[in-house]
Design a protein around this ligand. Structure first.
Ligand SMILES: Cc1ncc(COP(=O)(O)O)c(C=O)c1O
Length: 427
């Protein structure tokens, strides 16, 4: 009998070897901050993407701050990004005293190029596309717009490590060679947060092929500090406590949930987004460098990326085949130009609260907080973050109806079938 829950957000990528590695690292403080693994990871990442420069930081948030600084963003400059995003993508812009301008989304929950055109002003400086949940955005249309308007393009690849896109202008010889997301723009960043494609609980990477931006990123990284020992311990404890104490008892007399609340209260575990971020502020540990211990966790996960993403694609196929007749699936269409990796599999439902409650009663936890608000988590203060209600109608509609399904490595095909069966009986 297992009390481990099916869940979308509770330490989703962690496997046995990751837990063992984190446990060992807790007893090796000399490996925590500086170390040779950092450069090794940056080199591997560069090679994987085919990028000239890659610099690691302690989150996607820190990586975005580094890129904004490297692009010499000034107070009042406008950064255009899509509605239906996380406040973690907005707060680095606010931290630089720049102005986020929200652009509506298309049918695949990515930036709508037509709406982008209407929102560019003389103060616009940067456009940031998102590749939501691993589905590549309309890269070429948007790149054409940024080039014509003289704007920088950033790819937010927090959800899309490994996703590919086939550019139409590619030479005949390379016609079948899709390119990885993160290689189309002036600079891109990735997240290795706890529920991303690969995870070291907190981590990120900024990449570019542009020499000036690359050198600026290098300077910025040099100036940053390593996080505190306490912060590093918090992150190392995450896979350990989750997998040895919380998840095994999650559905046993609520014991696991009590442990989780207790460890969060005692600050033995970190939260992915803290309360002040809902008000448009950033905690003091951003931006900082990626410490060596978390780099070791990231390297261990990076080895598994092909298997992780193949698994996500297989599970997504199951959802598509079984659910497309009953639900609107934003990612259901066939697209020869894209190879998405489905960090989540979104569907649109009438009443997500009702369905989530039904799932919860069966010990299945699917509320990943990517719903209810065009800027998530739902507790985000839209006014403080600069979002004008009604400015992204499609994003607001999607937020009302979206329900994300898990695709991560700890979801077996049988568990996916269980979710499918419940969903088909739910509406
Ligand atoms: C779309 C998006 N952009 C950026 C981020 C920031 O990444 P991180 O959590 O590593 O700071 C996140 C995740 O929180 C995200 O979902």
């Amino acid at each position: 009998m297992t009390f481990r829950p099916i869940s979308i957000f509770l330490s989703p990528n962690t496997e046995k070897d990751d837990v063992q590695l984190a446990s060992k690292l807790l007893f090796k403080p000399w490996l925590w901050k500086k170390g040779k693994e950092i450069l090794k990871f940056e080199e591997k990442f560069k090679k994987y993407l085919g990028a000239r420069y890659a610099f690691s930081f302690n989150s996607g948030r820190s990586s975005l701050i580094a890129i904004l600084e490297a692009m010499d963003i000034k107070k009042g400059d406008e950064v255009l990004l899509q509605g239906f995003t996380c406040n973690a993508a907005v707060n680095p812009i606010l931290a630089k005293e720049a102005k986020p301008i929200f652009v509506d989304v298309d049918e695949t929950i990515n930036m709508n190029p037509e709406d982008l055109k209407t929102k560019i002003t003389k103060n616009s400086k940067i456009v940031m596309i998102q590749h939501t949940f691993g589905w590549p955005a309309k890269i070429e249309e948007i790149k054409k717009i940024t080039q014509e308007s003289g704007l920088y393009l950033i790819e937010d690849c927090a959800h899309s490590l490994g996703a590919k896109y086939l550019p139409s202008q590619i030479s005949k010889k390379l016609r079948r060679a899709k390119k990885l997301c993160g290689t189309f723009s002036d600079a891109a960043f990735f997240s290795f947060g706890r529920d991303k494609i690969i995870s070291c609980v907190y981590g990120g990477m900024a990449v570019t092929n542009n020499k000036k931006i690359g050198e600026n990123l290098k300077e910025f990284q040099k100036k940053m500090n390593y996080p505190s020992n306490f912060w590093i311990i918090q992150q190392l404890l995450h896979p350990v406590l989750m997998n040895y104490l919380i998840l095994p008892f999650y559905n046993f007399l609520k014991l696991g949930r009590i442990f989780l609340a207790l460890f969060l209260n005692l600050r033995l575990l970190s939260k992915s987004v803290v309360r002040i971020e809902n008000r448009g502020e950033l905690p003091s540990y951003f931006p900082q460098k990626l410490p060596n211990a978390l780099t070791l966790l990231a390297l261990n996960q990076f080895k598994k990326i092909e298997r992780f993403n193949q698994h996500r694609q297989d599970i997504a196929k199951l959802y598509k085949e079984n659910l497309e007749k009953r639900f609107i699936l934003p990612f259901a269409r066939e697209d020869k130009n894209r190879e998405p990796i489905f960090m989540r599999y979104p569907l649109l439902v009438d009443d997500s609260d009702k369905i989530l409650t039904k799932f919860k009663r069966r010990g299945i936890y699917l509320d990943d907080a990517w719903r209810k608000s065009p800027i998530v988590p739902p507790a985000t203060d839209l006014k403080k973050i600069g979002y004008i209600q009604g400015s992204c109608c499609e994003a607001e509609k999607i937020a009302k109806h979206i329900l994300n399904l898990p695709t991560h490595i700890n979801i077996s095909p049988n568990q996916a079938q269980k979710i499918i069966k419940l969903l088909l009986n739910a509406q």
